[in-house]
Ligand binder design. Structure first.
Ligand code: ZN
Length: 108
């Protein structure tokens, strides 16, 4: 992927570093991403007016909490990608895809 001139200048002046370990290059390095536990089970349960919820990972995890706070309050947009990757990985790890499909299509 080609960087724009603006991105190149910004990377020189303020190089990206991992929010967890400080390693230069990415806002969340691959080593730190690998430390995040991704849930393998469907975590559906009745919750208020919802029929169920899925949890891709634990919000109580300090790293996850740090990523979400950095994304939300420090507006580090690059962290949205690893968060999306966590959700995608969670759904890929689900053992019973037919249950998930049935739940998704039940509302369509
Ligand atoms: Zn790191």
């Amino acid at each position: 992927m080609w960087k724009t001139f603006k991105e190149t200048i910004l990377d020189i002046l303020w190089p990206k570093k991992c929010v967890n370990c400080g390693k230069l290059g990415k806002c969340l390095c691959d080593d730190c991403f690998a430390l995040i536990e991704i849930f393998r089970d469907i975590s559906c349960e009745k919750f208020l007016y919802l029929d169920g919820l899925h949890y891709a990972t634990a919000y109580k995890d300090k790293l996850v909490k740090s990523i979400i706070h950095s994304c939300k309050y420090a507006r580090i947009k690059e962290l949205t990608r690893p968060l999306a990757d966590l959700i995608i990985a969670h759904f890929k790890l689900l053992d019973n895809q037919t249950v998930l499909s049935n739940q998704l299509f039940a509302y369509s």
